[in-house]
Design a protein around this ligand. Structure first.
Ligand code: PLP
Length: 405
């Protein structure tokens, strides 16, 4: 029998709370090692990871090829800054550009930096190419968006938790309802330089826009000479059963914003991919990052791109996603009131009369499955793409038990 006071978890949870700002509300589990889709805590308990670092671990924990690439690079060269060129840089940019079908890549570190880069590039493009009067550029964004945490990005958030008391806010953004093409079209004026959207809204609860919306956005952007920026930081790189969520509707944006899984769950790596008529507006000294495109990041990300280039992970995500969908749809009316699934990415709305998303995640954790709530009664499932059929069945079975009370 395990005696509570010899468990290491409670003390480790207390210490973590004591020594950090409380900008997160983590589940009370303390992880010490992981492999593939499984995590082990400081007391030796094992958990199936159904969050995958918010999609930063699409290839699972410590994928052997990614770990080998990181080790090899650690033994040779870790950082140069962009003041010099290193020998991993060109391969990374070329291979990622090819995966995206674009001419150029600009590497950064975090997702928020990729979004900031996209905004800066779009504004400069607006002034220098489109001919927007100085200081007048605007960007159309969607309600319910999540693009990161910088002061500019939270300026156009519609989530009060993310936004309140962080002003004064950056001007130049128009917010329209997500999925409403007429509203988006009406918001575009002669000074609009870009439309910035998540092709599926992850933090909002895996919200898939109506069919035809993304092609419609593509068309109106082309007609009005506006850049379509797709934030695929969470939805991209295999998560939805395709390389990009935009692929499901045959849509090619002008700019892809990538992050999370690009770093293989090892290092933060983000990037903007676009053609030279867009990214070419940046000249030396106008944008940068000390760690952006560093050798370790590039070495890992090259291997990530190679894993994706075969299409194997995308296929796996599409096929296993159907099993996940079937399992979750079987719980509709049995505690779930709505289910949205694209590949191995699911948003589940729990009957609020039953329990909150937080409560459901705590109970799932007690049963050895880790997931995270978002907005009230919604849970997001985003298991690593290396998860097996049996493990999906296990996760669904545990969820069924939790919902059954
Ligand atoms: C769609 C999207 N964009 C941007 C970000 C910000 O990424 P980061 O936390 O790496 O800054 C996130 C993070 O969840 C995201 O989901």
């Amino acid at each position: 029998m395990i005696v509570d006071d010899i468990l290491r978890t409670p003390g480790a949870v207390r210490d973590a709370e004591r020594w950090t700002a409380h900008n997160y509300h983590p589940l009370p589990v303390v992880i010490s090692s992981a492999e593939g889709a499984w995590l082990t805590d400081v007391d030796g308990r094992r958990y199936l990871d159904c969050l995958a670092g918010y999609s930063a671990l699409n290839f699972g924990h410590r994928h052997p090829r990614l770990i080998a690439a990181a080790h090899a690079q650690l033994d040779r060269l870790t950082l140069t800054s962009r003041a010099f060129i290193h020998d991993q840089f060109a391969d990374f940019c070329r291979e990622l550009a090819e995966l995206c079908g674009k001419d150029l890549v600009l590497p950064m570190n975090t997702g928020a930096e990729a979004v900031e880069t996209g905004i800066k590039v779009a504004r400069k493009w607006g002034y220098q190419v489109k001919g927007v009067p100085a200081g007048q550029a605007n960007i159309v964004v969607a309600e319910g968006n999540f693009h990161g945490r910088t002061t500019t990005i939270v300026s156009f958030s519609t989530d009060e938790d993310a936004r309140a008391d962080f002003g004064p806010y950056t001007p130049g953004f128009t917010v329209v309802p997500y999925g409403d093409l007429d509203a988006l079209t009406a918001a575009i004026d002669e000074n609009t330089v870009a439309v910035l959207l998540e092709p599926i809204q992850g933090e909002q609860g895996v919200v898939v826009p109506p069919e035809g919306y993304l092609p419609g956005v593509r068309q109106v952007c082309t007609e009005r000479n506006v850049l379509f920026i797709a934030d695929e930081i969470q939805s991209g790189l295999g998560r939805t059963g395709a390389t990009f969520a935009c692929d499901h509707e045959g849509v090619v944006p002008d700019m892809y914003l990538l992050g999370k899984a690009l770093g293989g769950g090892i290092v933060p790596v983000s990037a903007v991919a676009a053609n030279s008529d867009v990214l070419g507006v940046l000249k030396p000294g106008q944008h940068g990052s000390t760690f952006g495109g560093n050798p370790l990041a590039c070495a890992v990300a090259i291997e990530v791109v190679r894993l994706l280039a075969t299409g194997e992970f995308q296929r796996r995500s599409a096929e296993l996603g159907e099993r996940l969908r079937a399992g979750l749809e079987g719980l509709l009316g049995k505690g779930l009131v709505a289910v949205r699934v694209r590949g191995l990415w699911a948003g589940l709305d729990i009957d609020p009369a039953l329990m909150s998303g937080r409560e459901a995640c705590e109970r799932l954790a007690e049963r050895g499955v880790l997931a995270k709530d978002t907005h009230g009664s919604t849970i997001r499932l985003a298991p690593p793409l290396v998860i097996t059929e049996e493990e999906i069945d296990l996760a669904v079975a545990q969820l069924a038990e939790v919902l059954a009370g």
